[in-house]
Design a protein around this ligand. Structure first.
Ligand SMILES: [Cu+2]
Length: 476
């Protein structure tokens, strides 16, 4: 039952009404109602009691006051807003969504902690340049696993196999003193949402240096930019993994996992590789007519001239990054063009990449999924890890060999499912050194410096012009 609009005196439809006022109104209404019911009970009139109960039912059926959005970071170069953030309230109408407003671009995304895989993004939208509304680009993005084989194979860990909800609390002391906020994830209870009891997400607005500059004799111009960095900590016993999503003002997103904590007890000096295994489910412009390409830069036999190509990727497949070809995977709309007739999309590029992990080629070890850098599959029902059997990999641990390799069944890319999924293996080798020591001990039992691995997702012909403004020309 919903209260009619004409008597919605305590539903704040407008975010202009301060949430404290709506709380007070709701409180007063509750007090009056309970007082009235108490009076009715005291008079012991069956009729009136029935009316009181009807009123209660009516009240319980009413949606709680619509939560107001709340600005959580109000910096010079960026503002971050938490949607549906009813201060002091218990019940929220929606799951967690944040908005970022930079001077020249705008983002909206949800944050989730579903299952065993730590913080993920959902429903990412971006607005910049010619767009006057946010354009949907990502359905779901996050880690699918964290594979850590030790060089001598005295240990082989899947660090995201240890159970659900292994995210740690973030403390105020983890944040910079300015332009940062702690955010509480939400859990669905019935038809509403409640906040976690502790914050598990950090949001920071960081000065990120130059977006561009141009210096000519008569003309010196530049644009300094900000990033909004969203991060959380996944606890894998001795290792703590920072899962980090950085939203750039130019329309790009960086995905990073950082390994820190302390080295394996009993194996503190043993070298090993951390392999964050990512899954990004794209759905550009919220349409399914998307396609995949591989960009390559190929030099002639003397290396004097080169030819750049965008090679169609017609079917679900594995892809290897070729550093000698500046290769990248592109996912773009098959139909939506910008003002210049170019199909709009995104490109996936290495970020903080120091090497490539390749592990067991023996099928019984179930590491065949590590034989390539990237994979492209259709987002078929259940393949997001929420299905049954091996499709339940988000909640029940399976080797990626059990699910990913099954998803690679030669379907035409974009031909089935609800968007295109890019799977990306980023790797960082960790050779413990004396920087892993505590003072006075050579045992490498100290805290290990954070080591990062990941990739970047950058706009490709998404925008009709430089999204970071600036004068039309610089001296030319
Ligand atoms: Cu390590």
């Amino acid at each position: 039952m919903r209260i009619p609009a004409t008597v919605s005196f305590f539903r704040t439809e407008s975010s202009a009404l301060p949430s404290t006022l709506s709380l007070t109104s709701a409180g007063m209404a509750l007090t009056a109602l309970f007082w009235a019911i108490r009076q009715f009970w005291m008079r012991r009139s069956r009729l009136v009691t029935a009316i009181g109960l009807a009123l209660m039912a009516f009240f319980v059926g009413v949606s709680p006051a619509r939560a107001a959005d709340r600005v959580i970071i109000n910096g010079d170069g960026c503002q971050v807003t938490e949607e549906d953030a009813f201060d002091g309230g218990i019940y929220l109408l929606n799951n967690l969504y944040l908005r970022i407003d930079f001077p020249d671009s705008h983002w909206r995304f949800g944050l989730r902690n579903d299952g065993m895989k730590g913080l993920s993004l959902v429903d990412v939208g971006v607005q910049a340049a010619q767009f006057s509304t946010k354009q949907y680009i990502i359905k779901h993005a996050g880690l699918a696993d964290m594979f850590v084989p030790y060089d001598d194979r005295s240990a082989t860990f899947y660090d995201m196999s240890f159970g659900n909800n292994r995210m740690d609390q973030i403390d105020a002391a983890d944040l910079p003193s300015q332009n940062a906020a702690l955010v509480f994830l939400r859990t669905q209870v019935g038809t509403h949402y409640v906040r976690d009891s502790v914050p598990k997400v950090a949001v920071e607005c960081r000065e990120a240096g130059l977006g561009w500059l141009c210096k000519e004799p008569s003309h010196h111009v530049r644009r300094r930019i900000h990033d909004v960095v969203v991060w959380a900590v996944y606890d894998a016993f001795n290792y703590d993994y920072v899962i980090q999503y950085t939203f750039h003002e130019d329309g790009g997103i960086s995905f990073r996992a950082g390994a820190t904590g302390y080295n394996l007890p009993g194996g503190t000096s043993k070298p090993h590789v951390h392999n964050p295994f990512w899954r990004v489910s794209t759905k550009l412009f919220n349409r399914t007519d998307n396609q995949a390409l591989e960009f390559v830069h190929v030099e002639d036999s003397q290396g004097y001239t080169a030819t750049d190509s965008e090679l169609p990727i017609p079917t679900e497949t594995s892809v290897d990054w070729n550093p000698l070809q500046f290769s990248s995977v592109m996912i773009q709309s098959a139909t939506q063009t910008n003002d210049y007739g170019h199909l709009m999309g995104y490109e996936f590029l290495p970020g903080d990449r120091t090497g490539t992990g390749r592990f067991s080629q023996r099928s019984q070890d179930q590491e065949m999924w590590t034989q390539h850098d990237e994979y492209l599959t259709n987002d078929n029902p259940g393949e997001d890890g929420s299905g049954s059997g091996f499709n339940n990999w988000r909640y029940t641990w399976y080797s990626p060999d059990n699910y990913l390799l099954n998803y690679l069944n030669g379907q035409p890319i974009g031909g089935t499912g609800d968007g295109i999924v890019l799977w990306y293996i980023s790797s960082v080798h960790h050779e413990p050194t004396d920087a892993d020591n505590q003072i006075g001990s050579g045992g490498r039992t100290g805290i290990t410096l954070i080591h990062w691995a990941g990739f970047d997702m950058e706009p490709h012909n998404m925008f009709d012009y430089n999204p970071l403004g600036g004068p039309p020309k610089c001296g030319n």
